[in-house]
Design a protein around this ligand. Sequence first.
Ligand SMILES: Nc1ncnc2c1ncn2[C@@H]1O[C@H](COP(=O)(O)OP(=O)(O)OP(=O)(O)O)[C@@H](O)[C@H]1O
Length: 279
Amino acid sequence: MSECSHNCDTCSQKCDSRDPKSFLERPHEMSTIRKVIGVVSGKGGVGKSLVTSMLAVALKRRGWNTAILDADVTGPSIPKVFGVKERAMASSMGMFPVKSKTGIDLMSVNLLLEDETTPVVWRGPVIAGTVKQFWTDVIWDDVDYMFVDMPPGTGDVPLTVFQSIPLDGILIITSPQELVSMIVAKAVNMAKTMNIPILGIVENYSFARCPDCGKEIKLFGDSHIEETAAQFGIDVLAKLPIDPELAKACDQGVIELFHGDYAEHLCDVIEEKAPVTKE
Ligand SMILES: Nc1ncnc2c1ncn2[C@@H]1O[C@H](COP(=O)(O)OP(=O)(O)OP(=O)(O)O)[C@@H](O)[C@H]1O
């Protein structure tokens, strides 16, 4: 249209801006992926990979086939958390995820690099292209729940991931010391723009528990997560403590041996809001 006002509310023309082409990519023709949940955060280091890993482990224990697509290409921590060292294999048909000790399918850039300490110094479009390939070129066999460990923030790469992979819902991970309201607002608006349901918010590092008396200590002061969540009409699904055992399990690559129940309510919500039906 030559006279486009860029305001669809005041225009009745049917054009590309009103009916934008879908950027969604098709998964590999041999893949079966039933539900895809994105795990997002406003910034790095808030525990996004940890929550992603705990969810995959907890739902696997409930009998679901789970997988993790590590879309955090410049800060890939999934292989380390699972203690997986082998390289991903490929054939003329496509790439294959690496299985964790309990059978969780994993794909991450660190499973492709010769040396996991090699930094990924790639431009945004190359990073986004890699994530797309993890979706289109990897053969994900019989996955009930796939978790996408999203790149932090709401920049170019997360936007491409949001657009390319058909997410059934997202979980927003925050920490009490973040500028929570603004960060949640950005994530909520991004999800709304893409029409992706928000399953809820998880606050990590909410408190530490005194090892002697069991008292909860709020290291970062009082949390305002409930007010923020109410403001956007979304639920706070969990408040996770700083747990040295959890940190140790991640550092040692044995997250599958950790037996806390932190992810249980999150699993209930995922099973309810993104139910899997097998043929
Ligand atoms: N609740 C917790 N208790 C103890 N340690 C935690 C907790 N949450 C996260 N950690 C530790 O903090 C570090 C950062 O967590 P994680 O890698 O999950 O963050 P992230 O948001 O995915 O970061 P990035 O986006 O930079 O990859 C990890 O070493 C992890 O083991």
